[in-house]
Ligand binder design. Sequence first.
Ligand code: SAM
Length: 197
Amino acid sequence: MGLEKQGAKPKGLTGTIIGKMMNRLHTGRYVKYFLKNIPSENSSILDIGCGGGKFLHFLNSLNNGYKLYGLDHSEKMIALAGKVNQREIEKGLVEIKQGSVMELPFANNSLDMVTAFETVQFWPDSLKSFIEVKRVVKPGGKFIIFNYYPKEGTKWWNFAKIKDDKQYKKLLEESGFSSTHCNLQNEKGWIIIESVK
Ligand SMILES: C[S@@+](CC[C@H](N)C(=O)[O-])C[C@H]1O[C@@H](n2cnc3c(N)ncnc32)[C@H](O)[C@@H]1O
């Protein structure tokens, strides 16, 4: 199974190894951002496509009274995220759910923040999935996306469903978010999108 397929839904032993690698390699970037933009105390936060669950572990370590949820459609990632957050799960601080972004197991207007790291390119329908995210975010709540920013002519360009910041903005506006700010870290090949419902 190729890397793209493993990224989309990690499977088998290779999937678990990739999940562990993502935990090591991806998390530093998000940590940097969130240490500068710490979510309010007692926020409820859902990480969609949570992979190996390291980001939830980091958020919990801030000791800010968060109620944290991770969702992923890969059985292997649910198992790994469960292991990584075992103590927090036992204390009722973190819940990991298996499911799809297309049908989030959360009530309308129930979450302060939803995050999505390196995952939106795998979602089957960008507009429908953003509408589903908007449904579960509270009015005034945030949706934060981190993703590789594809360069035209590269493999990533062909692979990425959303090609640039204008497309992100358009889709998020169409799905009902009231404001969207794109922070282009082009030289590093990353984009950070902050939307408010
Ligand atoms: C490249 S990994 C990133 C994992 C983690 N966010 C990180 O940054 O380390 C993408 C993750 O999104 C999950 N994913 C992809 N499509 C999904 C969908 N439709 N619903 C839920 N999870 C999905 C995959 O199973 C995978 O764990």
